[in-house]
Design a protein around this ligand. Structure first.
Ligand code: ZN
Length: 169
């Protein structure tokens, strides 16, 4: 498989994130990285907890990292593990920020030999009949427009603040 430079960088970032995983209980290291539509890369490793149920997968750490930095559209997702297969919960979270063509790279990395096997698929192919926020009526047909409206409204209100301060002084 021929990989572009951004995808090679995405995979390398996920491998670095795998090294940073906090998994003293399962000792199963997973790394993930996402490439946003704007070309930025965010990553994360799985983070476990003594109260097992509070643990979170690498995929969600990476995606929430991107979302926390204001990114809502993913171009590609990469998962690295000895057997890289995202769980059902993470697949649904990926769908929330993916388009029909959002690529998903599954990298099986053998920790003993360092050999890796890359499989390319798409987020949508990995979760057929996903819960759809648009079909359910929870989001309007084009949620990106809604987000843009919210952002421009926020910008307008921020712009208004200094003006009102000026009238007070
Ligand atoms: Zn998961």
């Amino acid at each position: 498989m021929k990989l572009t430079k951004p995808i090679i960088r995405l995979i390398e970032t996920a491998i670095t994130a795998q090294k940073g995983a906090y998994c003293p209980y399962s000792r199963y290291r997973v790394g993930a990285a996402v490439l946003t539509e704007t070309g930025r890369i965010f990553s994360g490793g799985n983070v476990e907890n003594a109260s097992y149920g509070l643990s979170i997968c690498a995929e969600r750490v990476a995606i929430f990292n991107a979302v926390a930095h204001g990114h809502r559209a993913l171009k590609a997702v990469c998962v690295v593990a000895s057997s890289a297969k995202p769980c059902g919960a993470c697949r649904q979270v990926m769908i929330e920020f993916s388009g029909k063509d959002t690529a998903l790279y599954l990298v099986d990395l053998n920790p003993a030999t360092g050999r890796r096997h890359v499989t390319k698929t798409t987020v949508f192919r990995m979760l057929p009949a996903a819960f759809d926020p648009i079909a359910s009526g929870l989001l309007p047909p084009n949620p990106q427009n809604l987000l843009r409206t919210k952002q421009s409204h926020r910008r307008k209100t921020q712009r208004r603040k200094p003006a009102s301060r000026r009238t007070e002084s």
